[in-house]
Design a protein around this ligand. Structure first.
Ligand code: NDP
Length: 347
């Protein structure tokens, strides 16, 4: 491990806070060189940006601090513990893990590891574009795929409502839903975003900021598109502001998949609100659909088949240097982005 430095550049969450000021770009964060026999050390190349980091920053989801942010990356193995047999130094990998907004990440190999080998020992070199694409695809791709297959199995002919329809997860949901012969109804805040959603499968378009000013109008449009019946399922990543709209937009026996908090956490509800239409309500997390090695392999194989065959398009909005993570996150929070944001990790 002689060529591995003792310190590294990393984006660190120091304390909970509403402002991005609580995030520090550290130049001298310790490299985790204390590998157990089952650990590998990965030198990261690209890491995907996800909205979830804001929930850790603001305290919606608890996390120990200080901590390095980041949940997915690609990179090359540069060191390994003595019990590691299936991976070698030089292998390129794509993986899900905390602490990926850093030059080096320590990763434990166990029976449920969420890691894919992209090339053996540098043999068939993985292109820079592919390293970026894999880092851009994992979390949002697996979310859209597992939610549209497991949280609610979308069927041909279904009308399905998708919020933030030009966002990272949203663009993929539109494509997957349309590919099943169903009718995605896209909600987004601007005409440009709706155009992009429509280019990615959305069949019906609703412009709204979902800020409480036009809730009735949004519901009216959903009912118009569905001949007064309502949608079979809602994929709702906005949380608080959209909850009532989603409930009203669903048809009898509809499924409400609430999976994000972009406008705040849904306040406690009475379970009885589900009765008038026998609504099924889920609050899923992608990681619990890909928890076992078998599940992870099954869904990543399917995801990358769809991507390689051109059936699922991953739109990368912009690639930022790691040092500019706060700029990227601010653009995400300001609703200026579409598709996926990626960080390039410095050498
Ligand atoms: P997006 O690219 O979708 O970005 C967020 C989008 O949400 C914005 O572009 C904006 O689109 C919309 N939005 C609406 N209201 C607000 C607001 N008040 N502030 C900011 N954005 C707002 O992000 P991701 O694809 O990374 O994530 C989408 C959602 O899915 C997030 O809530 C995320 O936490 C959740 N998620 C949940 C997972 C799970 O396992 N449960 C896994 C992955 C993601 P517009 O301007 O068109 O309204």
């Amino acid at each position: 491990m002689s060529s591995i430095p003792k310190t590294q550049k990393a984006f660190v969450l120091t304390k909970t806070g509403d402002s991005l000021d609580v995030l520090k770009y550290q130049q001298d964060y310790p490299v985790p060189t204390d590998l157990s026999p089952h650990d590998i050390l990965i030198k990261n190349k690209y890491s995907g940006v996800n909205y979830i980091e804001n929930y850790f920053r603001t305290g919606i989801y608890p996390v120990e601090k200080p901590t390095v942010l980041g949940r997915e990356a690609t990179g090359v193995i540069v060191a390994k513990g003595e019990q590691i047999q299936d991976f070698n130094i030089g292998d390129s990998v794509a993986y899900l893990s905390t602490r990926t907004f850093a030059q080096y990440t320590k990763y434990n190999i166990n029976e449920n590891s969420q890691i894919l080998k992209l090339s053996e020992n540098g043999s068939s070199k993985v292109s820079d574009d592919d390293l970026k694409l894999y880092a851009a695809s994992l979390i949002q791709g697996l979310t859209a795929l597992t939610f549209s297959e497991r949280a609610y199995k979308v069927k041909s002919g279904d009308y399905v409502l998708v919020y933030a329809a030009a966002g990272g997860v949203g663009l993929l949901l539109n494509q997957l839903i349309r590919a099943k012969g169903a009718h995605p109804i896209a909600i987004a805040s601007t005409d440009e975003k709706l155009k992009l959603a429509s280019e990615n499968g959305a069949e019906f378009l609703i412009k709204s900021k979902i800020d409480g000013t036009d809730d009735d109008k949004v519901v009216e449009q959903v009912l118009k598109f569905t001949n007064g019946e309502g949608v079979a399922a809602v994929f709702d990543s906005l949380g608080k502001n959209s909850f009532d709209i989603s409930m009203k937009a669903l048809k009898r026996l509809g499924t409400f998949v609430s999976f994000g908090n972009a406008t705040g956490v849904v306040p406690p509800i009475s379970i009885n609100v589900l009765s008038p239409k026998n609504i099924t309500l889920l609050r899923p997390v992608v990681f619990h659909y890909i928890y076992t090695r078998k599940e992870f392999e099954q869904y990543t194989a399917k995801l990358f088949d769809l991507i390689r065959s051109g059936k699922l398009n991953i739109l990368i909005y912009k690639t930022y240097p790691l040092s500019e993570y706060k700029v990227a996150d601010q653009e995400l929070l300001d609703r200026k982005t579409v598709g996926k944001l990626v960080l390039k990790i410095p050498e």
